[in-house]
Each structure stands twice: as C-alpha cells, then as structure tokens.
Design a protein around this ligand. Structure first.
Ligand code: AMP
Ligand code: MG
Length: 485
C-alpha cells in the first residue's frame, strides 16, 4: 500500500475514470439530490482495495494501481457531479426530516459486467447541506468495520453492499464512542442502489406524488427490470420488495448478524443490506442481543429484525400509496412471514449440512437446533463450526457418535432437547447413502467457516492498527473472511 502526500494530477488513464458512468439518478433532475464538493484531505494512504469486486466492473486487478484508487477516490479527481442524496427517515420510530447524505455522496453509477447498475457511494468525504452538526467524516475504525462486515456477510450469502476501497485521510476526529482523537478515512461503498425507503418518505413529506411516481418508475426500470412491461408493475414491485426484504432478514438471522440500526434511511429499495455502523455478530443465540449502545429499548435487537423489517415495509406503504394500490400492498405484505420462514428454514438447513432437504422432520430439526442453542448458550457460530469439524459418516450409524469429541455437546441423556435433536439428525442422515454423506460434510464446512467476525476479533485487529499501525492482521482477517476459512 502506498503513502501519497502530493496529488498526482493528469492521470487520464485511470481505469476508474474511464468506466462507463451512467447518469441514472442524475437524469431524474435535481429534486432528488444536491451537487456537492468533496473535502480536501491532508493525506491519502490507501488502506484497502477490494480486488475481488473489480472483475464486476470489467477491471483486471493487475491493471489497477494503488495510485488509481487514491486519485479516483481520495483526491476525487475527474468525477463530477458528486450528488448528496436527499432523504428522510424514521429513526427509532421517530420521523426525522433533517436527514440526507451528511457525510457522503453518490460518486457515480456504473454498469457492471453482469448488466446491473452499481452505485459508488462515499462515506466520510466531507460536509454537505445535510451534515447538521456533524463533521462529514468517517473514522478509520468505522471504515474498517464496514469493510469487514460487508466481506463477512457476502461470504455468508447475505445480499450486501461491498466496499471498493478505504483511504486514510490524515485527520484527527473526536467521537463519543471511540477513544479520541481518532483517525479518519474515506470509504467507497459499491452497492446496487442508495435509494432508501426514506427517499420516498421525504417526497411524501413534501407532498410530491409526481416525484414519487417518477422515482418508482426509475427503481423498476433499473432494479426490477423484469416488471417493466407488467400491467400492475407497481403492485408487483411492492410484493417483490416484501419478498426481498423478508429474505434479507432471514439471511441476517441465519448468519447470526445484528445490523443494529434498522431505521428507514438504512433500508434499501433493492432489498440489499448496507450501512454497517455498530453492528455485531451474536456470540450466542440470545434473542434480546442488542448491538447499538444507544438502542436503549432494544428496538433493533437480534430477534426483532424480521418484525422491524416488516414494520418498515408497512410504513413505506404511506408514500407509495400515491402510486400503488393500497389493498394490493396489504396482500403483498401479508406474505412476509411466509417468505421469511421459508428462507430462514432453508438457510438453517444449509448450516446443518443439507441443501434441498425435503424430510418431514426438517423443520423440527431447525426448531430444536434453535432451542438447544438458546437453552445451552453455547457459541452460535462455534456450534456449527464444531459440527463441521467433528462430522463423520459414523453419525449416520449411531446416535452416540454425533458431535463426539466436541466440548459443546452435552452428554447424551443430560438434555432432552439435545437428545431429540440428535435423534432427528441421525434419522435424516439415515436417508442418505453412505457415499452421499461426503456432500453433507462439505456443506457443513462451506456454510460454517471457522473465522467469525465476533467483536473481540474486530477489536484485536483494530488494536494492532491503533497501537502499532500494523495492518497485516486486518488483511489476513479479510482474506480469511472472503475465503470462508
Ligand atoms: P447513519 O447512522 O450512518 O446511518 O447516519 C444517519 C444520518 O446521520 C445520515 O443522514 C448521515 O449522513 C448523518 N451523519 C452520520 N454521521 C455524520 C457525520 N459525522 N457528519 C455528518 N453527518 C453524519
Ligand atoms: Mg445511514
């Protein structure tokens, strides 16, 4: 990684600047954003480049230099306009009309090699008209935490934004939740869209049904393309959003992830997970586990996530009513639990080693798994990892072999929930031929990586940076998360 103190001007061959930018949001007119300028930073030190996402942009990682990242995303050379997006949102249940991109902007939109439109959104790039009392900046630790969350979730199959790059910017910031002064960064997020539920809520607040319709047409055109020609495309859009969000909630729950701040300004209209602040992976299956220190009532605790997502979808009906039939939206929303449950069950079965399992007791197995994890409070991730580590074809032959050698399993006969769990697991394994058992072993290993982004792991990685400016543990951790090691 390179330390650059002087701007490198005239880098016209920068591959990021030669991408085919599409002014998709910009072309809607300036009702949805304000043009802003990026801050000038003292320093630009490339701390992270996500080579894994470059092929989606049609870029060969070998052909992109560290300097290219810095010029494009630290110095902000050659890209205009930069758009601070306008939005409002319900924060902890209260409507806030003072929101909007307060420390970021839409840098540009690019068509990926998969044909999909992607946003490059900044975080920590300076003040905007929406900064209110804030400094427009992102701490280095905050940037690092978002990089880690996105890579971990992506590997775990959660539909998420990724971070393209993170550049340290040389400022000293003061924060109530970090030892201060603390270091600063700019992080570039790559996701499908930064249009939020709150983007529509703002237009409703200003009584602009015309702008709601225009934005919804844009959303369908770009992110729900298959619906464009449908007669009732608006109703179908809402129903599909319900499904996408329900499935996202299931993905978080199975991954043991608590997003922490599910305000409507953090809910994407594409049903994708993004904006990782005080998130946490759960240490044990504790339904009331709450990740944000300022979430005093536990509103966004681990087990509330599906319910809150449904509530946010319900509230979104208010602005969408301008265009979408209300009764149809109600019908769409009534399927939330069904979508959620089906997805959650299938993801948990993956974690238990099965794909496409149609055993009558499959659901019961999932239920007992959760009950055991809840009652015993053994490590949530550790339990599944131990299954992967100790799995043997002998589990098919005899109950007593299941989780043998694992410290997590109570001895048979000491927990009726565990015994029942073993019984069903054993019964299901008996449906498989001996040669198919290897597939289950491989599934267990794939779906339950050893490296888990628990808080102590993040803190330890950050301490190496904070104390010794040692970045290798961070790079090693990202690699392990990306590879599912
Ligand atoms: P978040 O909690 O990151 O989703 O942010 C909620 C709102 O606060 C958004 O409108 C952000 O743009 C704004 N915000 C958060 N941190 C800052 C900051 N340091 N400076 C300015 N605005 C901020
Ligand atoms: Mg946010």
């Amino acid at each position: 990684m390179t330390l650059v103190d002087t701007p490198n001007n005239g880098n016209s061959r920068n591959p990021f600047l030669s991408l085919d930018y599409e002014p998709a949001l910009e072309s809607l007119g300036n009702d949805y954003y304000d043009e802003v300028a990026a801050a000038d930073f003292l320093q630009h030190i490339l701390r992270w480049r996500n080579d894994a996402v470059l092929p989606t942009l049609g870029l060969d990682p070998q052909a992109v230099t560290d300097q290219d990242f810095i010029d494009a995303f630290g110095l902000f050379e050659g890209r205009k306009p930069l758009l601070a997006l306008r939005y409002h949102g319900y924060q902890f249940g209260e409507y806030n009309s003072g929101l909007g991109d307060g420390r970021g902007f839409l840098y540009g939109q690019v068509r990926g090699t998969d044909g999909e439109l992607y946003d490059f959104g900044t975080k920590g790039s300076g003040k905007t008209p929406y900064s209110r009392g804030g400094d427009g900046m992102l701490t280095l630790k905050g940037g690092m935490r978002e990089v880690l969350a996105a890579e971990a979730l992506h590997r775990l199959g959660v539909k998420t934004s990724r971070c393209l790059t993170m550049i340290e910017t040389g400022l000293s910031l003061w924060r109530g939740d970090e030892p201060s002064p603390t270091r600063s960064s700019v992080m570039i997020r790559m996701n499908r869209s930064h249009i939020r539920f709150g983007t529509f809520e703002r237009l409703h607040f200003f009584k602009r049904p015309d702008l709601i319709g225009k934005l919804l047409d844009h959303v369908i055109e770009q992110y729900y393309k298959h619906l464009i020609a449908e007669k009732d495309k608006y109703e179908l859009f809402y129903s599909e959003l319900v499904q996408r969000v329900a499935e996202l909630a299931a993905q978080w729950m199975a991954a043991g992830f608590c997003h922490a701040v599910l305000n409507t300004d953090n809910m994407s209209i594409t049903g994708e997970s993004f904006d990782y602040g005080p998130y946490a992976f759960i240490p044990t299956y504790e339904p009331h586990f709450t990740a944000a220190y300022f979430d005093y009532s536990g509103r966004y605790c681990y087990s509330n996530q599906p319910g809150i997502c449904k509530l946010n979808l319900d509230m979104l009906q208010e602005p969408l009513r301008a265009v979408v039939n209300k009764a149809d939206m109600e019908t769409g929303l009534s399927k939330f639990e069904e979508y959620y449950h089906a997805k959650y069950c299938s993801l948990m079965l993956n974690k238990l080693g099965f794909t496409d399992l149609e055993h009558p007791e499959a659901e019961e197995l999932v239920k007992l798994t959760i009950q055991f994890l809840h009652d015993s409070q053994v490590g949530y991730h550790q339990f599944f990892y131990e299954m992967a580590r100790t799995f043997s074809s002998k589990w098919r032959d005899e109950l007593g072999f299941i989780l043998e050698g694992s410290e997590l399993a109570p001895p048979l006969g000491s927990s009726s929930v565990f015994d029942n769990w073993c019984l069903i697991y054993h019964k299901i394994l008996n449906n498989y031929e001996p040669e198919e058992i290897d597939v289950i072993a491989r599934n267990l290993t794939y779906y339950n990586p050893k490296t888990v982004l628990l808080r102590p792991v993040i803190e330890e990685t950050w301490e190496a940076i904070a104390q010794e400016d040692s970045w290798q543990p961070f790079y090693d951790l990202v690699k392990r998360l990306q590879n599912g090691e």
